[in-house]
Design a protein around this ligand. Sequence first.
Ligand code: GTP
Ligand code: MG
Length: 440
Amino acid sequence: MPSDDLTRDTIAAIATPAGRGGIGVVRISGSAAPRIAAALLGALPEPRVATFGAFRDRHGETVDEGLALYFPAPNSYTGEAVLELQGHGGPVVMQALLAACLDAGARVAEPGEFTRRAFLEGKLDLAQAEAVADLIDAASREAARSALRSLSGEFSAAIAELQARLTELRALTEAMLDFPEEDVDRLHREDAAARLAHVQRALEEVLAKSRQGSLLRSGIHVVLAGRPNVGKSSLLNRLAGEERAIVTPIPGTTRDALREPIQIDGVPLIVVDTAGLRESRDEIERLGMQRTQHELDRADLVIAVFEANRSRDELPALPAAGARIDVFNKVDLAPGFCAPAGAVAVSAKTGAGMEQLRRQILHAAGWSSSGEPVFLARERHLRALDEARGHLAAAAGESRRWEFFAEELRLAHAALGRITGEFSADDLLGEIFARFCIGK
Ligand SMILES: Nc1nc2c(ncn2[C@@H]2O[C@H](COP(=O)(O)OP(=O)(O)OP(=O)(O)O)[C@@H](O)[C@H]2O)c(=O)[nH]1
Ligand SMILES: [Mg+2]
């Protein structure tokens, strides 16, 4: 879709969630907003002053009454003229109000179109626009906090800072390009190398914070697996703080994978309880184990559960190492039990060791609780940062061929620019904004 057309006409949408609510908001953006205000309200409200009045349709019939807010361009969310009508939040009233706006000359907004316009009008850069969606979708308090930081421009500022350093270095290099090789003195060369190393370090820092932040965005997929009856479901209930999964002394209780969203220190996790792994002739149990295998394949982290009061027998289905924590459950039945190095001893019954398990889960998932703010990065941001890192490394290997050195710096700069949308293709924009909700 051509962005020009999108910015020209006037769009309207119900901005509040579908269903019943105390109030509901219809939002209008575009050059026809003042005309629509006049049509519905009889007059244009004073800018940025909540104005009470009746909302009328084209036949002059009152559809609802409530508050109108008018934001003249460019001082609005989208940068265009914006009208917000706050009426009663019922589906019928809201639809009628939206219909009145359409009759007065607006068209229905596409998902994310308000924010897309804000981006096109330069109100937000692309990373900030994405943060709007991430804030709305945040699955935990910590994720929301990070999204808000990105929205306020902290992430973009870190990217801009890297770009500024690259620009400096490029300017220095361009100057050297004008001289023949032998005249570029050693000092210049050392200066360039030192500056490059500096940018590389700064990039590593941003990348580390972004990797951590991306955990907050997607939630960490943790799978509990082990033999039947070792206490997987009991552990899930402990972690969730509620009796979610059925627990019985009968081996083979859990048949289907059960997923529970939980939070540890504000970090969102999806914990999956699975059917115990063993040889079985029971058809349902076998299907359950297939699901277990499926979950294991997709896990970010596997918690391999064993019993402290029995000898440990390895399960071939479990990943040998890597993102795996070994947990010995039922320590209450094995007094004096000492867990092997790296493993955690717990009791789902008494709660012993659970705090240590929580720490270990966060640690194994790559979360460091340094208290330092992280960036709620998306996969595309991580890819761009990785690409920039590759170009900086290539530049470091080109310290005698300045034109190649300069080219790698340029490519690194461009890769970073894709994060904030300096250089972004229309199809990327389409993809990003299509995932927004309507009215945002
Ligand atoms: N003493 C003691 N018993 C426990 C503990 N954890 C679980 N149990 C008991 O062990 C039995 C099995 O617990 P579950 O949580 O159902 O085990 P599971 O691994 O989910 O079993 P399946 O779903 O059959 O694979 C139940 O009787 C629990 O009460 C523990 O820490 N201490
Ligand atoms: Mg179970």
